[in-house]
Design a protein around this ligand. Structure first.
Ligand code: PYL
Length: 282
């Protein structure tokens, strides 16, 4: 039933063009669903107190990158609007690529954010700390889920997708005391994640091999894969909560109204907020 791998989906301008204008609205939606703001979710994801993040110490530059498939119109501006919303001084460089990096440093930026087709990173030039968007996104959504269901200790969570986002979410969930079950269409990939986590964290991850029955059994779900609409009406329970960093959304359009109040999904906001907070740690 599930098609597609879990490599990073490339955003399109239409996925992100509304971000700036709707940040306030999205923040209110997060508060309604989780009890916490975008800043608080991101701070929680990186284990810092939101009020202790000293925004004044940082100047963030977003540098458009033209390599590979090229610049996504509105991408850098959307990232800048999120970082600015969090309270950091932020600008998009006029130049792109190497000239953009030079410009950022000449204008005294100390955190640089750059994305090519494979990676989106924030680099803290003072500390050398590199924050990766995929991992940060997994952590950020795990934090949002923890707030939404008021604690994850000993709760069972299904992660669909064992890529970088799923891996970030797995590590964060373990830290929160949850029981993690992982499904990936590519069983080998899921096994690799399980083995790595068991070796590094001495923690047992359960592999799910049948997505349909896994979805029926779980009410806490992280949709971290790019497959469309695989969560169907028969999977919806009264207590279901879904956080969905995956693009496109894995929930069938027909059941969206039923789950809307227990669903968190955005194209960039939580991931970018978490990576910039992570990069700003001194
Ligand atoms: C970073 C996002 C999250 C989801 N998909 C990822 C994606 O779209 N990556 C490609 C980003 C390319 C940006 C382009 C630019 O405009 O600077 N190089």
């Amino acid at each position: 039933m599930l098609q597609g791998d879990d490599s990073m989906t490339r955003l399109k301008t239409e996925d992100i063009c509304h971000i700036d204008a709707k940040l306030g609205e999205y923040n209110d939606e997060l508060v309604k669903k989780t009890g916490h703001t975008l800043s608080e979710i991101a701070a929680h994801a990186v284990d810092v107190e939101e009020k202790n993040v000293n925004r004044k110490l940082h100047k963030v530059a977003i540098i458009p990158m033209s390599c590979g498939q090229g610049i996504i119109e509105g991408f850098s501006e959307s990232v800048a609007s999120i970082v600015n919303f969090l309270g950091f001084k932020t600008f998009v460089t006029i130049h792109h690529d190497a000239s953009g990096i030079a410009e950022a440093i000449e204008k005294s930026a100390n955190i640089l954010m750059i994305a090519d087709d494979d990676r989106f990173i924030a680099v803290n030039l003072r500390t050398g700390r590199i924050s990766d968007n995929s991992k940060a996104t997994g952590k950020g959504y795990a934090a949002a889920l923890e707030f939404m269901c008021q604690g994850l200790k000993q709760k069972r969570v299904l992660i669909v997708g064992a890529g970088q986002v799923g891996a970030g979410a797995t590590e964060a969930l373990i830290h929160m005391g949850a029981q993690v079950d992982v499904y990936d269409l590519n069983l080998e990939k899921a096994k690799k994640l399980k083995e790595r986590i068991e070796e590094e964290k001495n923690y047992s991850v359960k592999l799910e091999t049948d997505l349909d029955s896994a979805l029926v059994k779980h009410s806490l779900i992280i949709d971290a894969c790019p497959a469309l609409g695989y969560i169907q009406k028969r999977h919806i329970t009264d207590d279901i909560m879904i956080v969905a960093p995956g693009i496109p959304l894995g929930i069938n359009q027909n059941i969206l109204p039923q789950v809307y109040n227990r669903l968190i999904h955005d194209p960039l906001q939580i991931g970018v907020a978490t990576m910039v907070f992570d990069a700003s740690i001194i």
